[in-house]
Design a binder for this molecule. Sequence first.
Ligand code: NZQ
Ligand code: ZN
Length: 389
Amino acid sequence: MNNFIFENSTKVFFGKGCVKEFLAGTLKEYGRSVMLAYGGNAIKNNGVYDEVKAILMDEGKTVIEFSGIMSNPTYNKVMEGAALARENHVDVILAVGGGSVMDCCKAVSLAAAYDGDIWRDYWEKNGIIDFEPLPLGVIVTVTGTGSECNGGAVITNEEKKVKTGRDYPKCNPKFALMDPEYTFSVPKKQTASGGFDILSHIMETYFSKTDDDNISDDISEALMRSVIRNLPAALENPQDYTARSNLMWAATMAENRIIKLGKACDFQAHQIEHQLGAYTNCNHGCGLAVIHPAYYRYIYQDGLDKFVRFAVHVWGIPSEGKSADEVALEGIRALENFIKAIGLPSTLRELGVTDADILPEIAASCNIAPGSYGNMTKEAILEILNLCL
Ligand code: NZQ
Ligand code: ZN
């Protein structure tokens, strides 16, 4: 196991009714001016907006709305939010939504409290945050990224054609309210892509160095089995509280740093998806679904024992009488079948990417993840992308 320092400062309130029970009391710790941040109409259609707004009004808060945060949030949107927060002397940001809203608001919380250029100083490189960002609280309405319990924020700089994430502990939300019932209204496609994102975070951690006996891999196997059971159940019945709860907490567990302790975790498939997203604005989980099987076929021999373990422990594939190669490939095939069964795309074409000419640029702009298996190169990434076509 590699050395590590562990810190997670987010206070979590989980379960049915938690917003009604705890939001008002939690906000008493902050000033009067609340920036209510969200995406499009989803939270207006499912009643969450009305519920939250009523609590804020009852508490006598001044509410500044920051809406229209798009999927794959842009740096321009971050700057819009930061200007709004400054002009209105916002005391606390309340982000209501999924990864896009939460990530955008983490960057806003930094930008509103910083005089320089946050892209240059904190996204192009890892910077040191020696000031206090605006406090941020989140209400999760769609499950997947796990952004609620980490300092990670993935932002797209459209001018530079770069989508990149940084994880700063100082950007951890102060609190996260997580009511699984808020996710009942999430459409099937987003449920599947968010669910696959959870699985991807766990797999990227599991298939990362080091590979000595470690607690992370054991926990990860249990988490993966849970997602594989609960995701089809949530798709079958969107109001299955047990399935929605397990998915919501699995998403947090995958990204609250616990399973990453002692592992490299530089997430090669995510690095590829982020650049695919920067060029095509594709849905994050759908992009990952296309990339994973081709990427794993490419690298599995460099982590053969682990891929065998994945097949046996996660997918229940019998190994007797088979070569390691056969078992590993059966595990990857099981993953591929799962992707199809939950209705996610398997090729770039299905994702709407038909222009092969953009693939060399995407490959050339991807980060290489040395902690992942295989000695990845930009040429290898291009081969993988071509296999995905
Ligand atoms: O736009 P609205 O109307 O709000 O609709 C949203 C959006 O269309 C909808 N939605 C949200 N709550 C809903 C709902 N629909 C019905 N009922 C509800 N209760 O869901 C759609 C997708 O939302 P979005 O926030 O974009 O999805 P997700 O949570 O998958 O976030 C994706 C972003 O997070 C980044 C991704 O790259 C992408 O930019 N990631 C962030 C990470 C992190 N901070 O740790 C890690 C991830 O690997 C990922 O890269
Ligand atoms: Zn992800």
